[in-house]
Design a protein around this ligand. Structure first.
Ligand SMILES: [Zn+2]
Length: 76
């Protein structure tokens, strides 16, 4: 993979090549009236960090205990 390719492509997100353990939550804030979560993930093609803004459209309770302990491998 060349630098030229990395500069030209549009960093398409392909969910099948991303995993939760690669994602880092940067910020949670209101955009207009919607809660929005910014996450940084590596581009599946070139590994450049990509800032992804995701609007919250569903909120449900979950059985997970907080704080989540990374050592338990909840993402496996
Ligand atoms: Zn890329």
């Amino acid at each position: 993979m060349t630098d030229e390719y990395a500069n030209e492509h549009e960093h398409d997100l392909e969910a099948e090549y991303l995993s939760a353990s690669d994602a880092t939550v940067l910020d949670i804030y209101y955009r207009d009236t919607s809660p929005t979560i910014d996450v940084v993930v590596p581009c599946p093609s070139c590994s450049d960090p990509l800032r992804v803004s995701a609007r919250v459209d569903e909120v449900v309770e979950t059985d997970m205990e907080l704080p989540i302990d990374d050592s338990e491998g909840v993402y496996d």
